[in-house]
Design a protein around this ligand. Structure first.
Ligand code: MEV
Length: 438
C-alpha cells in the first residue's frame, strides 16, 4: 500500500461524498447509496441528532427495540426495554421474569455508586520527600478542583477520597494518584477525566514551583477513569422453597432441579471456559438494558469481567445455593450507569426507555439491568441443565433461518406451523422448504 492512497480529511467531506467513498470500496454491490439512505431517519431533526452522536455517519444501523414485561423488583413491577439482536434473549428474560414474579420477584440492593480514576505518573526524586509533601499536595489538589466539583456536590456527588500510591516496586519510579468519586445519577466519565487532568496539571505545578524537588521530578504518564468499579456494585437475588420448582421440568422434583442447577453454577465458579460463557449469558440481559437506556455497554462489560477476575481467578458473577430446602440464586456485579447526561437525554429512545422505567435513579437502573442479567442467566442455566440450549434457541432462530433461505411469507407460515413440535436444524428447515416447493 502506498501512503498516497490514505484518505486525508475524510471527516470534513460532505455526507454525500462520504457515501460515494464507501460506494467506491464495494463496486460489486448495486445501489450502495440507496441502501445507506434507506436507513436514514425520515425526520431530519432526529437524523441530525443521530449523526451528531458520532463521526463520519453515513447511515443508521437499526437493532430491534424490545420490551420484557413482568419484572417484579423490590415489590415494584417494571416493563424492561431491551435492545438486542439475539432472538432468544428477550423471550428468555420475559419468561424468567414472569416465573420469578410468581415466586416473590427479585430482591435487589445497590451497594454503592462510587467510581475511581488515576493519575499515573513517575517520580524521579527521593520518595521520602514525596511522602513528606503528600498532605500538602492533596490539599492543593482539593483546592484546585473545588470549583469543578461544586456542581457535582450540589447533586450529592464529589470527590470521596484521594490517595498517592507507591507502585515503584512493580514499575520503576511509578506512582499513582488514586481518586474516588461519587457521581450521583451521572455516569460521570467526563467529570472524572476533567478532574483528573486538572489534578495532573496541579501536581506538575506543585513540584515545579517547589525548590525541595529537582527539576522534572514529576513525569505525568496519563490521567483516566477506571472501568474497574468494585465500589459501584449491585446485588440481586431470587429465592424460593425448592417445592416451588417442582413443575419446572416434568418428572423432576424441584429439589433435584435446584441441586443440578446449583452444581452447574458452581462449575462456572471453578472453570474459566464455563465461567466466560455463563457470564456472557448474564451480559445478554444486562447489555440489552444498558443499550436501550443509552449507557455505555463497553464500560459495563469491562467492569463486569474485571470484577469477575478480581480474586485472581476469572469466575462466575452469580452464585446458586440450596440450603434448608431454599433455593437462592444471586448475582453481584459492578455497573457504572447514568440516568442523567450523555446519551440518556440526547437519544429519543433512550429517554423513552428511562421514562418507561419511571425515570429511575442510577442506583435503581443498576438493579433493573442486573435483574435482566439474572433472568437471562436463570433461563440459560435452566435450559442447559434440562432440555439443552438448542431446542429453544433454534426455535427462536427459525424465522431468521427462513429469511436466510429466502422463504416467502406463506412458506414461513407453513414452516412455523410444521416445526411447532419438531426439532429445528438448518438442514431440516432447508429440506422442509425444498419439500413444499416441490
Ligand atoms: C448464549 O447467548 C448464552 C448462553 O451460552 C449462556 C450460557 O451458556 O449460560 C446460553
Amino acid at each position: 500500500m502506498e501512503l498516497k492512497q490514505l484518505i486525508q480529511g475524510f471527516s470534513k467531506l460532505s455526507t454525500h461524498d462520504k457515501i460515494k467513498a464507501v460506494e467506491a470500496n464495494i463496486p460489486q454491490m448495486d445501489n450502495v447509496e440507496g441502501m445507506l439512505k434507506s436507513f436514514w431517519h425520515s425526520d431530519a431533526n432526529i437524523q441530525k441528532i443521530l449523526s451528531e452522536l458520532s463521526e463520519n455517519t453515513v447511515s443508521n444501523f437499526p437493532l430491534p427495540y424490545n420490551v420484557a414485561p413482568n419484572f417484579l423488583i423490590n415489590g415494584k413491577l417494571y416493563m424492561v426495554p431491551m435492545v438486542t439482536e439475539e432472538s432468544s434473549v428477550v423471550a428468555a428474560a420475559s419468561a424468567a421474569a414472569r416465573f420469578w414474579a410468581e415466586r416473590g420477584g427479585f430482591t435487589a440492593q445497590t451497594k454503592g455508586t462510587q467510581k475511581s480514576g488515576q493519575v499515573h505518573f513517575r517520580f524521579h526524586d527521593n520518595v521520602s520527600k514525596l511522602l513528606q509533601h503528600k498532605q500538602s499536595i492533596l490539599e492543593q489538589l482539593r483546592s484546585r478542583t473545588s470549583s469543578m466539583v461544586e456542581n457535582m456536590q450540589k447533586r450529592g456527588g464529589g470527590i470521596t477520597s484521594m490517595e498517592i500510591l507507591d507502585r515503584s516496586n512493580e514499575i520503576n519510579h511509578y506512582y499513582q494518584l488514586h481518586v474516588v468519586f461519587e457521581t450521583a445519577d451521572a455516569m460521570g466519565a467526563n467529570f472524572i477525566n476533567s478532574v483528573l487532568e486538572e489534578c495532573s496539571n496541579a501536581m506538575g505545578e506543585y513540584f515545579d514551583n517547589n525548590d525541595d524537588f529537582i527539576k522534572g521530578a514529576f513525569e505525568p504518564i496519563m490521567s483516566i477513569l477506571s472501568n474497574h468499579v468494585p465500589g459501584c456494585t449491585v446485588e440481586i437475588s431470587v429465592q424460593c422453597p425448592v417445592e416451588k420448582l417442582d413443575h419446572v421440568v416434568s418428572g423432576v422434583s424441584g429439589a433435584d432441579f435446584a441441586k443440578k442447577f446449583a452444581l452447574a453454577v458452581e462449575i462456572a465458579t471453578k472453570d474459566i471456559y464455563r465461567a466466560a460463557t455463563h457470564n456472557k449469558g448474564i451480559m445478554n440481559g444486562v447489555d440489552a438494558v444498558i443499550i436501550a437506556t443509552g449507557n455505555d455497554f463497553r464500560a459495563i462489560e469491562a467492569g463486569a469481567h474485571a470484577y469477575a477476575a478480581s480474586s485472581g481467578r476469572y469466575s462466575s458473577l452469580s452464585k446458586a445455593t440450596v440450603s434448608d430446602g431454599i433455593f437462592q440464586f444471586t448475582l453481584t456485579m459492578p455497573m457504572a450507569v447514568g440516568t442523567v447526561g450523555g446519551l440518556t437525554k440526547n437519544h429519543p429512545l433512550a429517554a423513552l426507555s428511562l421514562a418507561l422505567l419511571g425515570n429511575p435513579s442510577a442506583g435503581v437502573l443498576m438493579q433493573i439491568a442486573a435483574a435482566a442479567g439474572l433472568a437471562n442467566n436463570f433461563a440459560a442455566v435452566k435450559s442447559l441443565t434440562t432440555s439443552g440450549i438448542q431446542a429453544g434457541h433454534m426455535r427462536m432462530h427459525l424465522p431468521n433461518m427462513l429469511t436466510q433461505l429466502g422463504a416467502t411469507t406463506q412458506e414461513k407460515e407453513k414452516a412455523l406451523d410444521f416445526f411447532k413440535g419438531q426439532t429445528v436444524s438448518h438442514q431440516k428447515v432447508s429440506e422442509f422448504l425444498k419439500s413444499i416447493r416441490n
